[in-house]
Design a binder for this molecule. Structure first.
Ligand SMILES: Cc1cc2nc3c(=O)[nH]c(=O)nc-3n(C[C@H](O)[C@H](O)[C@H](O)COP(=O)(O)OP(=O)(O)OC[C@H]3O[C@@H](n4cnc5c(N)ncnc54)[C@H](O)[C@@H]3O)c2cc1C
Length: 472
């Protein structure tokens, strides 16, 4: 990987452009663009030269505003970049030389339909706001990323995010019923005419926009599945002698009929850090509306975990982990005070490769001089495999950062794993993902939908006019 910082030369001065944009959407122009120069990508903290520099920004209040901004950008030959909560950890929501469309003013809950179990929201609505509105009616979206307080639903859909209850509710791709999108042409489409639970009338076009990082259009509204909040829950914690033993035990959970809500398997380093034990800790929670179903699941679970070598541990570990999970600012601060930075890497593997990939990357990270410590846990489990989530504490420099990501990409490649389970692509992974997808097809779709390159960086960055930093 090689990181360069190259800024796009713009035709006009920033002041001129902002003034002209203000003639088109007077109520929407954001004069101070400093807040759009970075997102949560670590590289922006390591070296300020990495930061973006949008030429103008606007926060539309309605779809018509978006249309006008898009048309303006097209006429000026300057790409736009959509911004949700700016919580991307890959640099996806930062523009260099483009116009930012900040979706924060389009954040309403449009309707909650408990009869058909759906919610319709504007794409700038925050995950936390949506969940609160649903909870008031006894429902949940079931999507709880660690960035719950930061992320918008539009950004979460666009990065194909997932949250800590993924075992029960799936990632966002399993929640989306229908999207409303403004295409780069200015046409507003719904990905289906009717709001129905399933249709084989064509490919599911919502999927084109889920994980596209805004490359194919701006999501304006989303219609999503909702679920009643389960009446009964059960927390269970088990300790195993080794991470490998714990991983094998958790894999066997697939044989139990009821899926857990949450399943996490901490390696020895993270178990020591979070729970003060030298064992490998497994956190589980189960939920059901039926107490009888729940209690028989729990007794099956207990038998299975014990026969796999697990010992029961304090169920309060689960609460502790969930609370500390949302205290990411506190944790980051404490490392930064020591002159260190924190990066997270989320790799998806088949069960056959989970342990080998973990060993491989853990060993590579330990040989990088500036890495002070690393830990890992399985953060999402499936019938077919799991996501291993590494946390790396390192002495910050772009040099060490590149080494860490090169090690991650190599371990992923050697073990036939994906370099991005849920953080998306952004600038960080734009070269690495090319090994994993048919880029020709993606680029052909991009050319067809956005021939002028009106929309900036996205899942098909090479066909944008914008010039992002190059990572090789
Ligand atoms: C502390 C922390 C913890 C995190 N934990 C998780 C986690 O548990 N799970 C997880 O999945 N992710 C996690 N993330 C990553 C991040 O929160 C997600 O990628 C999030 O979904 C991005 O949402 P956002 O609104 O902030 O999008 P932004 O960062 O603003 O944008 C992300 C991408 O989406 C595009 N985009 C935004 N809105 C739209 C729209 N309306 N239409 C089209 N394109 C759009 C942007 O152009 C950009 O390419 C975490 C990040 C942080 C900082």
């Amino acid at each position: 990987m090689r990181i360069q910082t190259n800024k796009m030369a713009t035709k006009q001065g920033k002041g001129d452009l902002t003034a002209r944009l203000a003639e088109v959407v007077p109520e929407c122009v954001v004069k101070d663009t400093d807040k759009y120069k970075s997102d949560w990508w670590v590289a922006y903290r390591i070296d300020e030269k990495m930061r973006g520099d949008p030429v103008a920004a606007a926060a539309p209040k309605c779809k018509d505003d978006i249309f006008k901004i898009m048309r303006f950008a097209k006429d000026e030959g300057i790409p736009i970049l959509t911004r949700g909560g700016g919580s991307s950890v890959t640099g996806a929501s930062v523009s260099k030389g483009g116009i930012v469309i900040d979706m924060s003013q389009m954040s309403s809950i449009i309707s909650i339909d408990t009869d058909n179990r759906t919610i319709t929201v504007q794409s700038g609505a925050r995950m936390e706001t949506i969940e609160k509105a649903l909870n008031e009616k006894g429902y949940t979206l079931g999507q709880f990323p660690q960035s719950f307080e930061l992320a918008t639903i539009g950004g979460y859909i666009s990065t194909m995010g997932t949250g800590h209850f993924s075992s029960l509710y799936g990632g966002i791709e399993e929640s989306v019923l229908r999207l409303e999108v403004m295409l780069p042409s200015g046409e507003l489409i719904k990905t289906r005419t009717y709001d129905i639970p399933r249709s084989s009338a064509s490919p599911d076009l919502s999927k084109l926009f889920i994980g596209a990082e805004g490359a194919f259009g701006i999501i304006t509204e989303a219609e999503l599945k909702i679920y009643p909040i389960p009446r009964h829950t059960h927390a269970a914690v088990y300790a195993f002698n080794t991470f490998e033993e714990a991983v094998n035990a958790v894999k066997a959970l697939n044989d139990i009929d009821i899926k857990p809500q949450l399943c996490r398997v901490y390696n020895e380093a993270e178990s020591a850090f979070y729970f003060g034990t030298d064992k490998s800790i497994v956190l589980l929670s189960y939920a059901s509306n039926n107490s009888g179903v729940l209690s028989s699941t729990v007794s099956e679970l207990s038998g299975l975990m014990k026969s796999s070598g697990g010992a029961e541990e304090d169920p309060k570990f689960l609460d502790k982990a969930m609370k500390s999970r949302f205290d990411f600012r506190g944790q980051l601060d404490s490392f930064q005070k020591m002159g260190l930075e924190v990066e997270t890497i989320e790799i998806a593997s088949r069960w056959t490769n989970v342990v080998q990939m973990y060993r491989d990357l853990t060993s590579s990270l330990s040989s990088i001089e500036d890495v002070a410590a690393s830990g890992a846990h399985l953060s999402h489990i499936y019938q077919q495999g799991a996501c291993t989530y590494f946390t790396v504490i390192f002495k910050p420099s772009l040099y060490s950062y590149e080494k860490i990501w090169d090690a991650a990409a190599s371990a992923a490649r050697r073990n036939e794993s994906s370099i991005s389970h849920h953080h998306g692509v952004g600038i960080l992974k734009s070269e690495y993902v090319k090994r994993e997808i048919p880029t020709n097809l993606l680029s052909a779709i991009k050319r067809a939908i956005d021939p002028d390159g009106t929309i900036g960086r996205g899942a098909a960055p090479e066909y944008t006019k914008q010039s992002p930093p190059v990572i090789q």
